[in-house]
Design a protein around this ligand. Structure first.
Ligand code: DGY
Length: 323
């Protein structure tokens, strides 16, 4: 009998994934919701041909050098900023991710967070639960409209476009966007979306949503100077990665009402949240759950398993990043 490749499953995953993987591989699984330290990860990867990871597991060139038998890394996430992709490519380590299956779910959440932020839902719920609701008054928790306003989208990939469709068709919004590359004219007209420079986008948006990938180039690309261009009535929503926003600058702007409100699902040091944000009433905070519906998480988990099985059994993986 030929020896089966060894695979590390570095986070807890659905039972169906373990079943699928164990038909092909000798598995090493991490119990419970343990997040391995870098040293533990290096030790557990010794002799492994594959790793099934999530966005909480960091892969560096140094780690790859210490684990020379590693050939495939499958991440159960669309984002891959936790993986040094050039280092993987240079060492011929194949990396796969899970695009597409989470697009609509993530766009739903982005829109929900935008609505909750503009309409001050968390603030209202906190007040009600604290017994601070005294009576109706004309301007009580009066927020911003979403329908018919201008939706700015920074990053117009799959998820950005799914958000544009919601804004344009569902809420009659004027959609404006900025992206590394402009969309074809036909796609722009289908989405009712107008391309602007980043500065114009910041100036014109009533609601700005961040959906761009995180990289050295996008680190803190929304800071004090960018926020200063936004309308004082504007809402900022981040469902991309925390490091895109300078959180100290954002907290100061929210405190001084230089923008109206923010909705954040991602944080630079997550799961730690910048304490300056925790005390502000005009920010809605959620714990990185934009893709968290059961059907979508199962689909992501299954796609990550299919990628690993294909890549280690000589087939073509469905969604490779560096084929
Ligand atoms: C992703 O898939 O990148 C989400 O942020 C979950 O990690």
């Amino acid at each position: 009998m030929t020896k089966r490749p060894k695979v590390l499953v570095a986070r807890r995953v659905p039972a169906a994934v373990i079943d699928k993987l164990s038909r092909h591989f000798e598995l090493d699984t991490v119990p419970g919701d343990t997040v391995l330290t870098p040293d533990e990860l290096r030790a557990r990867l010794q002799g492994k041909a594959g790793a099934y990871i999530t966005g909480t597991v960091r892969i560096t060139g140094e780690l790859l050098d210490a684990c020379p038998e590693l050939r495939v890394i499958s991440t159960m996430s669309v984002g891959y900023n936790h993986i040094d992709l050039p280092a993987c490519t240079a060492r011929r380590v194949l990396v796969t991710n899970t695009p597409d299956v989470l697009t609509e779910t993530t766009a739903d959440f982005g829109f929900a967070l935008l609505m909750a932020t503009a309409r001050r839902m968390s603030e209202g719920e906190r007040l009600l639960r604290d017994g601070r609701w005294e009576s109706w008054s004309w301007d009580f928790l009066a927020g911003a409209d979403v329908h018919g306003t201008t939706l700015g989208i920074l990053g117009m990939g799959r998820i950005g476009q799914a958000i544009a469709r919601r804004g344009h068709f569902g809420f009659g919004m004027k959609v404006i966007y900025h992206n590394r590359s402009r969309l074809p004219a036909e796609t722009e007209s289908q989405l009712g979306a107008r391309y602007l420079s980043k500065d114009e986008l910041l100036r014109e948006a009533d609601h700005l949503i961040l959906v761009l990938p995180y990289s050295a180039a996008s680190h803190h690309c929304i800071g004090a100077a960018e926020i200063a261009l936004m309308k004082p009535t504007a809402t900022l929503v981040n469902i991309a990665r925390g490091g895109i926003v300078d959180e100290d600058a954002l907290a100061a702007a929210l405190r001084e009402h230089r923008i109206a409100a923010a909705g954040l699902d991602v944080f630079e040091g997550e799961p730690r949240v910048n304490p300056a944000l925790l005390t502000l009433p005009n920010v809605v905070l959620t714990p990185h759950i934009a893709s968290a519906t059961m059907p979508t998480r199962l689909a992501m988990a299954d796609l990550a398993a299919d990628n690993l099985v294909a890549a280690l059994t000589g087939a073509t993986p469905p969604t490779p990043l560096n084929p």
